[in-house]
Design a protein around this ligand. Structure first.
Ligand SMILES: Nc1ncnc2c1ncn2[C@@H]1O[C@H](COP(=O)(O)OP(=O)(O)OP(=O)(O)O)[C@@H](O)[C@H]1O
Length: 278
């Protein structure tokens, strides 16, 4: 069941969101709630930014949406499937997650890293040993080419610049054929012009493919230029949502500096999550 309500008489049908969270709570340790009742609905094809101060819970939220953390309380739907129940493996491939540290294998080449994105489609021993069908190799190369990295395909990741690595990570995620991309501050190591270049390309590719994208971003200029919608997370709660262009830097600062309102604590104290990967 998806969380979309049916439309009222005379109203256009409501589009089911690509990602929806309903009253999502999360704690790494008993009682220390990191997310406190987060609700959001990201429409298909949306290009959303999540902003907020350090420690607000942005990475935690991304990891939950990527299916990497348990959901102790609340409901999350990805492409209409309930993530709080079990998500079929085929659905997991529909969600591409780019962590802040990118998760590339530095000793492998750019092309080999991109091919990793196809692993889930080929679970035989040949791919485990690095033999990919020719068509996949050509696709991986085409993706690197589309991101301006054709001539770096054979270069080991350890020898690439920060921006080149970011583009390899994007190519690897696209290789997975996702419908949703979740990217966690993946351009934070770049200066603004280079971050803008990478984000511009990601937006183009996302539009061409009809992807839904959520990015954790720190720079308001990048949010205004590239995102169509922004949500601000503070102390585990969404304190603002609007069109990205409508959020100014002074307004963001005011939101972040405003005194926090107390939030009700969930009634079931035993629902505590532990991060198994921590
Ligand atoms: N594995 C973990 N175990 C325990 N606490 C954690 C773990 N990961 C994060 N936290 C805590 O959860 C809170 C939110 O962290 P999170 O990384 O989600 O915030 P963030 O908004 O992404 O911050 P930043 O912008 O600095 O990356 C922080 O107080 C952090 O210390």
């Amino acid at each position: 069941m998806t969380p979309s309500r049916s439309s009222l008489p005379g109203e256009a049908p409501l589009e089911a969101p690509a990602i929806a969270a309903e009253d999502l709570w999360f704690a790494y340790r008993p009682g220390a709630w990191i997310l406190r009742g987060v609700s959001l609905r990201v429409p298909p094809g949306g290009f959303w930014a999540i902003m907020g101060p350090s420690g607000a819970g942005k990475t935690t939220l991304m990891r939950i949406l990527a299916g990497l953390l348990p959901i102790p309380r609340g409901r999350v739907f990805v492409l209409g499937h309930p993530l709080h129940e079990s998500l079929p493996p085929a659905m997991r491939r529909m969600v591409g997650y780019i962590p802040q540290q990118l998760g590339l294998v530095r000793g492998l080449t750019a092309l080999e890293n991109v091919l990793m994105g196809a692993l889930a489609r080929h679970d035989g021993w040949r791919t485990a040993l690095g033999f990919f069908p020719r068509a996949e190799i050509e696709r991986a190369y085409a993706l690197l080419d589309a991101l301006g990295l054709a001539e770096k395909a054979g270069e080991k990741v350890i020898r690439l610049s920060g921006g080149e690595r970011q583009r390899v990570a994007i190519a690897r995620t696209l290789m997975q054929d996702p419908q949703v991309i979740l990217a966690d501050e993946f351009v934070s190591d770049l200066d603004l012009p280079r971050a803008a270049q990478v984000l511009g390309r990601v937006r183009e590719l996302a539009r061409e493919r009809g992807l839904t994208v959520i990015l954790n971003l720190h720079e308001i200029q990048l949010v205004q230029e590239f995102a169509d919608h922004v949500a601000v997370l503070k102390e585990g709660r969404i304190v603002h949502e609007s069109a990205a262009a409508a959020l100014s830097w002074p307004a963001l600062r005011e939101l972040i500096e405003a005194p926090s309102e107390p939030s009700p604590v969930p009634a079931v104290p035993s629902l505590i999550a532990v991060d198994p990967r921590a």
